[in-house]
Design a protein around this ligand. Structure first.
Ligand code: MG
Length: 390
């Protein structure tokens, strides 16, 4: 694995150098010397990383114990910034597809820019490279924001003018397990959290068993994520009413994203806010969800990163829709990036780094479960020693 990592890292640097080189440079030794110092060119490197989860993670439809991740690093004029693509299987991206995409960024986008402050134009060019690859795009966007924040010497919540005190507590997911003992162990481990998130959408018996096990131990408020798992709107509404009586405060994606009319029917009758996750990938999805959901869950890996996430906040506010920020299983790089918009949301589900046993960075801190945005440049990241080579 380390050989492969080294190769990919080297491949990234070599491709960057090749893309920056022009035939005319062969005869222009002074320009070559300038380019060799290279400090005003945007340089992109990356490294594949396997996120190991503390527990087997089960949601409606799948189980897994690790998540493939690619960590990126952008360098310019002696400054650097880190980014991340995290790829749960349902997203349709892999480390290989992210590596291929990043090679295209190095060859086709970065040579056109020598100024990282042009985030709008750079990310518009990155977005045009393909229709999908949203996690790969996010890995460039996040590194670019970290880089620019580091150059300016300010965090993004501050550049955007947000009040860090407005950031909510994060929820912490207690994943499904068939064993009562394992669920009880997870409840014990989650005792620090102010908001428990539970993934439902299994059978009625198993869904109610999970909630009853938690309620036997604690009355901490619960957020529900059905992950499209409920198949019938009447059943879904009955479940929501049952949950409403058990100190639950919101429902994420009760039914398939293909059943928007059924979801709208539920939303109209639900005593709890109904929030779009799988139904809401990018900015352009939001207008059609107005009326069908009370709000949206923004995730950087779906929406291509911080630039578009900030725009989604503005559009959702304009449409009077509620806001949530969520995550995949991610390291502190992407979690700290998502946390920058936390002051603008009602619910935050930024526990991805806590679910990892091998986080390679320190970043956003939780204090008594509350997202705490520090006054540190960029995303406020510190690389932990000995885990990745970037
Ligand atoms: Mg969800």
């Amino acid at each position: 694995m380390s050989d492969r990592r080294t190769f990919l890292k080297t491949a990234g640097v070599l491709t960057a150098a090749a893309a920056l080189w022009k035939p005319s440079d062969l005869f222009a030794s002074s320009r070559m010397a300038t380019k060799k110092s290279g400090n005003k060119n945007l340089q992109l490197e990356w490294e594949n990383f396997m996120g190991k989860m503390k527990y087997t993670f089960t949601i409606s439809g799948s189980s897994r114990t690790e998540t493939p991740i690619v960590i990126t690093k952008l360098t310019w004029d002696g400054y650097s910034g880190y980014g991340e693509a995290a790829m749960p299987p349902y997203l349709g991206e892999t480390q290989a597809s992210v590596n291929e995409f990043l090679k295209k960024v190095v060859a086709g986008v970065l040579p056109k820019f020598n100024n990282p402050f042009q985030i709008e134009d750079i990310m518009a060019a990155v977005d045009k490279l393909s229709t999908n690859n949203t996690a790969a795009k996010a890995s460039v966007d996040i590194a670019l924001h970290d880089l620019v924040g580091n150059i300016i010497g300010q965090p993004w919540w501050k550049i955007w003018g947000f009040n860090p005190n407005d950031a909510p507590c994060t929820s912490y997911t207690i994943g499904y397990d068939a064993s009562d003992d394992v669920v009880n162990e997870k409840i014990q481990e989650a005792s620090w959290t102010k908001v428990i998130k539970v993934k439902l959408g299994m059978s009625e018996k198993e869904d109610k068993r999970m909630i009853n096990l938690i309620r036997a131990k604690t009355n901490t408020v619960i957020c529900i994520d059905a992950n499209q798992g409920w198949k019938d709107k009447h059943y879904a509404l009955d479940m929501i009413n049952w949950l409403y009586e058990r100190n639950v405060n919101m429902i994420e994606q009760p039914m398939s994203k293909l059943l928007l009319d059924d979801i709208a029917w539920i939303t109209e009758r639900s005593p709890l806010p109904v929030i779009a996750d799988e139904s809401c990938q990018r900015l352009t999805d939001i207008p059609k969800l107005k009326g069908a959901f009370h709000g949206i869950n923004i995730k950087l890996m779906k929406c291509t990163g911080m630039r578009e996430a900030r725009e989604m906040v503005t559009l959702a506010n304009a449409l009077h829709m509620k806001l949530m920020v969520g995550c995949m299983t991610e390291t502190s790089v992407a979690i700290s990036a998502a946390a920058q918009i936390a002051p603008k949301v009602e619910w935050a589900d930024l526990d991805g780094n806590y679910l990892l046993g091998n986080d390679c960075f320190d970043g956003m801190k939780l204090v008594d479960g509350k997202i705490t945005l520090e006054d540190k440049p960029g995303l406020g990241l510190t690389k932990k020693p000995g885990i990745i080579n970037l």
